[in-house]
Design a protein around this ligand. Structure first.
Ligand SMILES: *[C@@H]1O[C@H](CO)[C@@H](O)[C@H](O)[C@H]1NC(C)=O
Ligand SMILES: *[C@@H]1O[C@H](CO)[C@@H](O)[C@H](O)[C@H]1NC(C)=O
Ligand SMILES: *[C@@H]1O[C@H](CO)[C@@H](O)[C@H](O)[C@H]1NC(C)=O
Ligand SMILES: *[C@@H]1O[C@H](CO)[C@@H](O)[C@H](O)[C@H]1NC(C)=O
Ligand SMILES: *[C@@H]1O[C@H](CO)[C@@H](O)[C@H](O)[C@H]1NC(C)=O
Ligand SMILES: [Cu+2]
Length: 134
C-alpha cells in the first residue's frame, strides 16, 4: 500500500494506469449483470400475444429481469406456481404486481409462472411460463 502511494506520487502515469484498470474492471462487472427481457417486446403484456411463442429462442438466467409493460386498467401480473398456471388459479399466488411497468428479477433456478389475474385473461391465454437456468 505504501509502495503504491509512492508510485502514484512519483508518476501520474501509473495512477492513470490504476484508474483505467479500475474502469475496465467495473465495466466487466456491469457486463455480467442480468439481461432485461421486455415481455412481449413492443406488444407488452396483452391479450394478443402468444407468450409461448415469445419465449422461443430466448434464454433466461438467474439475475435476468422480466419487464412487464401494460395498461393497469386492463391487466396485472400475478406470479403463481405451475398448478395455478395450468388452471388459472388466483387464490394462492406468490406475488402480485400492478404498476404497469413492473421489473421482476429472476433470483432462482427453475420454472417461473405468471398470469394476468384480471377478467378472464388467463383463461384466454394471457400467461407466461419460463425456465430459468443458472
Ligand atoms: C435494465 O433496465 C434497467 C432499468 O431500466 C437499467 O438500469 C439497466 O441498465 C438495464 N440493464 C441492462 C443490462 O440493459
Ligand atoms: C405461435 O406460433 C405458432 C407456431 O409457430 C403459430 O402458428 C401461431 O400463429 C403463433 N401465434 C401467434 C399469436 O403469433
Ligand atoms: C401450488 O400451490 C397450491 C396451493 O398452495 C398447492 O396445492 C399445489 O400443490 C402447488 N403446486 C405445486 C406444483 O407446487
Ligand atoms: C413506472 O411508471 C411510474 C408511473 O408512470 C413512473 O413513476 C416510474 O418511474 C416508472 N418506473 C420505471 C422503472 O420505468
Ligand atoms: C401459442 O402457440 C403455441 C404454439 O407455439 C400453441 O401450442 C399454443 O396453444 C398457443 N397458445 C395460445 C393461448 O393460443
Ligand atoms: Cu390481462
Amino acid at each position: 500500500m505504501l509502495r503504491l502511494i509512492t508510485v502514484q506520487q512519483g508518476s501520474w502515469f501509473s495512477s492513470l494506469m490504476i484508474f483505467s484498470a479500475i474502469c475496465s474492471l467495473s465495466s466487466l462487472m456491469l457486463k455480467s449483470e442480468g439481461t432485461n427481457h421486455t415481455v412481449g417486446d413492443s406488444s407488452g403484456w396483452d391479450l394478443m400475444t402468444n407468450y409461448t411463442n415469445w419465449t422461443q429462442g430466448r434464454e433466461f438466467h438467474v439475475g435476468d429481469v422480466l419487464v412487464f409493460n401494460y395498461n393497469v386498467d386492463q391487466h396485472n401480473v400475478m406470479q403463481v406456481n405451475s398448478t395455478a398456471y395450468a388452471d388459472c388459479g388466483r387464490d394462492n399466488y406468490i406475488s402480485l404486481f400492478t404498476k404497469g411497468n413492473d421489473s421482476i428479477i429472476m433470483s432462482e433456478v427453475g420454472e417461473h409462472c405468471f398470469i394476468c389475474a384480471m377478467y378472464d385473461h388467463c383463461e384466454n391465454g394471457q400467461k407466461l411460463s419460463i425456465n430459468v437456468a443458472p
